[in-house]
Design a protein around this ligand. Sequence first.
Ligand SMILES: [Zn+2]
Ligand SMILES: [Zn+2]
Ligand SMILES: [Zn+2]
Length: 284
Amino acid sequence: MHDTNSGSCLCGAVAWETSGKPASTYHCHCSMCRKAHGAAFGTYASLPAGLFRWRGGTDTIEDYRSSANLTRSFCSRCGSVVPNFEDDGSCAFVPTGCQDDGPPADYHIFFASRASWAGNSDNHLPSHADWPPGIDETPCPDRDSGPAEEGKVRGSCLCGTVEFRINEPFRAVYNCHCRRCRRARSAVFATNGFTSLDGVEITRGESDMVQYKPPEATYFTQVFCRTCGSKIPRKDPGRSVSVVPLGALDEDPGRGPDCHIFTAYRAKWHRIGDTLSRFDEGPE
Ligand SMILES: [Zn+2]
Ligand SMILES: [Zn+2]
Ligand SMILES: [Zn+2]
């Protein structure tokens, strides 16, 4: 059985390869992973560093220390979350959304922190409120969210440089399984909310937002915080909408996704566990 697996960021600058079986693979629902990925959760394969090899682009990687015991890494060109390591270098944590072939997750962690809109992905797997038993680590701290202002939902990046406010209800919310969203968010799927062009207001840190548009894209653009790599809403004048990665929200938007889109391109190692409509391509 050959089990070499490769992965890369959205722009392709950062690439890597793994061999052998990960020690474990898990969906992390903590609010820090949600922000870093701009998704409902982050999914990581944890494996001995000896089974991991960079294939290029390490000079474009930016690091951000998100808690006392965790440094997260992202591509400074496109914003994708890329593999990071245990402080002593013994263990690699590889985001499976960027991989060509899984592996499938074994369990959910920080399930007590999950977003209200997270749905029932891989709901046949065991879930742990924080770390699985036997792991003695400081929990990923959840960010505090203050009281919501009437009719507005606030969000921010992991380092707090960028803050924004959604001033109107979402017109639509989609779980998007396209390859581009998976690489951009380094997640098994993205959850995006849509407002009118002016429905999103950046209230802080606009000059710290970086944009990356793949050369072949018509509309798709990833926007992220220069310092922490968190995914930030983007204005899309071409379609007169703003697109919000729901993982960036600090407050409950009061609704979840309408459906799954581009499921023809979904991560085959991931099971959609809900009964929402599924569209092979774009929404109707
Ligand atoms: Zn990149
Ligand atoms: Zn986490
Ligand atoms: Zn930030």
